[in-house]
Design a protein around this ligand. Structure first.
Ligand code: NAP
Length: 298
């Protein structure tokens, strides 16, 4: 069975690769060349906006499943580059959904907890999304496109993903935070943003599992701990044995020049627990897992 992963150089994709290679022939694509991959992974360099080359790639691989992680995942970059954000987050997703339909492949798209307005918290899969920024707007449309294309497709909404990159550099705030804290530098985290953080190892395992399961629809991949981002960073400092006083709090919605953030985007994970063998974990369990993860032990 062949699995195609988009956004191969990304933070989440690295963990999917590590887990999926046990059960799948893994192919991955990214806009820049991918280095440092295990030799069994087939890597391709391609701008996914090039529909003709993407179509040729599908014809070459003929994937059974596609996990679409590629996106502009930075909220402020999306807010300041709306046209590009729409092209990457919506139009590429549309093209991939059409190709998946053509080749009979199951598609799993990575969406986000920030599709919710953040006024309620503890959202489940039936709750109605409501965008407070442009990134969320693109992700809500991407969700619709994927679900409309086929009843076997999956929208996996990820909570804030914490962890160290498994492959490559990845876009990990934890790595930067650890470096700063260990150097005695202060770090600033928003107290107004309540989340259910999920570790990148759990996410990679869950997404690999979803690629091979019969479920179609929306599922939330979130951790068991509901916490604001400031207290989460305090917890990280405590785990590292460094001074938690280095962590300072802020209100992200009072910071000038930043796109609005949902306050409480915490999500329930009961469906994921029912569907998956991969356990959903507490913040401390997830941190412990990602800080000590060794790919060769899988
Ligand atoms: N990380 C989180 O906390 C989080 C939380 C909720 C949801 N998500 C979602 O989960 C997914 C993965 O997130 P992530 O943190 O792994 O993101 P990431 O590290 O930014 O990875 C995305 C990858 O996609 C690539 N890409 C972007 N545009 C492309 C294009 N036109 N053609 C080919 N490749 C392209 C990027 O390349 P360049 O970077 O080189 O442009 C990058 O390597 C995203 O859809 C994100 O919205 C993430």
């Amino acid at each position: 069975m062949r699995l195609l992963i988009t956004g191969l150089n990304g933070f989440v994709a690295g963990s999917i690769v590590a887990h999926a290679r046990k059960n799948w022939e893994v192919h991955g694509v990214d806009i820049f060349k991918t280095v440092g991959l295990p030799s069994d992974i087939h890597a391709y360099q391609l701008d996914l906006m090039d529909g003709d080359r993407l179509s040729l790639l599908f014809n070459q691989i003929k994937p059974d499943a596609v996990i679409h992680t590629a996106a502009i995942a930075n909220i402020d970059v999306c807010e300041n580059n709306k046209e590009l954000a729409w092209k990457v987050n919506v139009e590429i997703t549309q093209t991939i959904a059409e190709l998946c339909k053509q080749y009979g492949a199951k598609m799993i798209v990575c969406s986000t907890d920030t599709v919710f307005s953040g006024t309620k918290g503890f959202y489940n899969e039936e709750d109605e999304p409501h965008a407070v920024n442009y990134y969320a707007k693109t992700k809500i449309e991407a969700e619709r496109v994927v679900l409309d294309a086929s009843s076997i497709n999956i929208v996996a909404r990820l909570s804030l993903v914490i962890g160290l990159p498994v492959l490559g550099k990845g876009n990990s705030f934890l790595a930067d935070t650890i470096e700063k804290l260990k150097n005695g530098e202060s770090v600033i985290f928003p107290e107004n943003e309540i989340r259910t953080p999920v570790d990148v190892i759990t996410v990679g395992s869950a997404l690999s599992e979803l690629a091979g399961c019969n479920f179609g629809g929306i599922v939330h991949l979130s951790g068991n701990t509901r916490i604001n981002r400031y207290l989460m960073a305090v917890r990280i400092a405590e785990m590292l044995g460094v001074n938690p006083g280095l962590v300072q709090s802020t209100d992200s919605n009072a910071m000038e020049g930043r796109a609005p953030r949902p306050n409480d985007a915490s999500m329930k994970n009961d469906l994921a627990k029912k569907l998956l063998g991969t356990p959903m974990r507490s913040l401390n369990e997830g941190l412990d897992l990602t800080l000590n993860f060794k790919m060769e032990e899988l």
